[in-house]
Design a protein around this ligand. Structure first.
Ligand SMILES: [Zn+2]
Ligand SMILES: [Zn+2]
Length: 269
């Protein structure tokens, strides 16, 4: 029985980071996030965050990076030299750039940055993304009331993250959750979140031996998948971020079978 392939230590670290983010979010002045809710833009698949004015507090951001570094070093002291090097290159200007590039998932920028500064590849994007999330999460909280569904293929209506995870609630209702910003919206039981396919003959569910609460929904049209967790038996529902992490074994199974987490765009002639 493969329940989870992520080490206990890694899960523990992730839990600590989720707690940090929750705490950071509470220190943001809600007035510094001013979303504009435009239903036509939402219907066109434009993420709300891209139409939201956010006054980032650079000193707060730097403080979070510092707290995150302490957490990472406590868990793995070998990271100390690399993280100290990050501290020395993080100017206000760099922080602003990091926020922008993390928001738009610019891997190329971070690869170049890491190379230029002799840092391990994963560190700058990880720090930037981790410290960006409380802002995304607060934006989602402020706009959740306006979100009922998502455009297939557009990802999360708040932050644009590709759809990865849905939960089954009472009466089998499917609710899609974003592990990045924690927004959630209703999903159709037999619809592919990546390409919008509703042909029930092309939507299949893979089950995992020994894991009765999880399914992988796969689409024969775009070859994409999402994870579905039946939370009806749960006494306390974990956050979407933790559910995503705790179900990483489903990603391995789906990808091993040739499915993609974002789906593939069909070639149109
Ligand atoms: Zn999101
Ligand atoms: Zn599809």
């Amino acid at each position: 029985m493969i329940k989870s392939v992520v080490s206990k230590e890694y899960q523990e670290l992730q839990k600590q980071i989720v707690q940090l983010q929750e705490h950071w979010k509470q220190t943001i002045d809600p007035e510094t996030i001013r979303p504009s809710i435009d239903q036509a833009a939402i219907a066109a698949g434009v993420p709300i965050v891209s139409l939201t004015a956010i006054d980032f507090d650079i000193s707060l951001f730097l403080q979070w990076i510092e707290e995150l570094n302490v957490t990472l070093i406590t868990n793995n002291p070998e990271l100390e030299p690399n993280l100290a090097a990050v501290r020395s290159v993080l100017t206000d200007e760099t922080v602003i750039r990091w926020i922008e590039e993390a928001y738009s998932f610019n891997q190329t920028y971070f690869e170049k940055f890491s190379e230029e500064h002799g840092l391990e590849q994963w560190i700058p994007p990880f720090l930037a993304e981790t410290a960006l999330r409380p802002y995304l999460q607060l934006t989602a909280e402020k706009t959740q009331h306006a979100i009922s569904h998502a455009m297939p293929g557009a990802g999360c209506p708040v932050c644009g993250e590709p759809v990865r995870l849905a939960v089954l609630e009472a009466e089998g209702k499917k609710v899609v959750h974003c592990p990045r910003c924690h927004a959630h919206w209703n999903g159709r039981r037999l619809e592919c979140s990546h390409c919008g396919n509703t042909d029930h003959e092309k939507i299949h569910f893979l089950t995992i031996e020994g894991d009765p609460v999880s399914q992988i929904q796969v689409c024969g049209e775009c070859n994409g998948y999402i994870k579905i967790i039946d939370t009806r038996q749960y006494i306390e529902k974990p956050s979407a971020a933790l559910m995503d992490l705790n179900s990483i074994h489903l990603d391995y199974v789906a990808q091993e079978q040739g499915y993609s987490s974002v789906g593939e765009k069909k070639q149109t002639n």
